[in-house]
Write a protein that binds this ligand. Structure first.
Ligand code: FAD
Length: 278
């Protein structure tokens, strides 16, 4: 497993207490030596500054950080400013996205991720390692399965180095997706995004919105625990550990954990798997 990439994702906290808790989380997770911590970006400006300050704090703590970035409603100048600031800070990895605008802002300003990748390459050359998003269960707005794969290839061909997937719980969705990607000539790493389970109703709501499927058997089992959070956690750790094992044994090039800014259950799954990043 040694040349696989293991990473963690955070979102920018909204409060001073959230900032404090996040610092405690990264101090614990850093013991596991993840390849990088990524920080999500609120397209449309909602968490734009918060993303920057969170990235800066993680970078100042001496950790490798990968900011997420999208045009949102901004023009090229704002993106250039961020690219230059990140480069001056020594940050050399980005997650480039189209993003989603918050409801009420309309969708007309969204810039596709392939255009952002081209823009970054034009401005910063090969300096950044660029990650893009991939969707084994297909992006909810995709015209079709094949079109979504075509657009993934488009952003990788525009100069992205690798992709991180939306989360999923059916490993076959990932393996089938990888087969189809290879069939159209995609040969760059596609790292599965892993969503640990802590709360059923939030997970169900979020999954509906982003097009991730919760298999019926899993939904029924989680429903049966009602408010018993210890049982949900224990079931989730077992299930997600098993998913990760299948993915790694099947050749996945690493794992990217959506930590939701919490140490648990990511660290338990990490320990179960005995992961060590290079
Ligand atoms: P794109 O690759 O641009 O694709 C968007 C849709 O348009 C797809 O349906 C695709 O098939 C289609 N498409 C792509 N290119 C073209 C084209 N040239 N012409 C026509 N159609 C096209 N959201 C945030 O707001 N902030 C974050 O920090 C964030 N981080 C994420 C991290 C990961 C790993 C993942 C998987 C998702 C993340 N998201 C984030 C969610 C993401 O922004 C949404 O899923 C968004 O709707 C699509 O972004 P994208 O970069 O995948 O878009």
């Amino acid at each position: 497993m040694s040349n696989k990439i293991y990473s963690c994702e955070f979102f920018p906290p909204k409060s001073a207490l959230g900032d404090q808790n996040l610092a405690a989380t990264w101090e614990t997770l850093r013991e596991k030596n993840p390849a990088f911590f990524s920080v999500t970006y609120g397209a449309g400006g909602s968490t734009k500054e918060k993303t920057f300050t969170t990235v800066k704090r993680i970078n100042d703590a001496g950790l490798k950080v990968a900011p997420h970035l999208s045009f949102g409603g901004d023009g090229g100048d704002a993106v250039i400013e961020l690219l230059d600031q990140y480069r001056e800070m020594g940050i050399n990895r980005l997650v480039a996205l189209r993003g989603d605008l918050p409801s009420g802002m309309g969708g007309s300003h969204l810039v596709y991720a392939n255009e952002l990748v081209t823009f970054i390459r034009q401005h910063s050359g090969d300096y950044f390692h660029i990650e893009v998003a991939a969707y084994p269960e297909i992006h909810p707005q995709a015209e079709s399965f094949d079109k979504d794969l075509y657009y993934l290839k488009n952003k990788l061909d525009a100069g992205a180095n690798s992709a991180i997937t939306q989360y999923f719980y059916n490993p076959d969705a990932y393996f089938y997706f990888i087969d189809r990607c290879q069939a159209i000539g995609i040969d760059k790493p596609i790292v599965p995004g892993i969503m640990p389970i802590t709360n059923f109703s939030n997970l169900a709501r979020f999954s509906d919105a982003c097009g991730a499927e919760i298999p019926r058997w899993m939904r029924k089992r989680l429903e049966s625990f009602a408010d018993d959070s210890d049982s949900i956690l224990a079931f989730g750790v077992e299930l997600v550990t098993d998913l990760c094992e299948k993915l790694l044994n099947g050749g996945a090039p690493g794992l990217h954990f959506y930590t939701m800014n919490k140490t648990e259950p990511t660290i338990s799954i990490w320990n179960n798997l005995g992961l060590t990043s290079t």
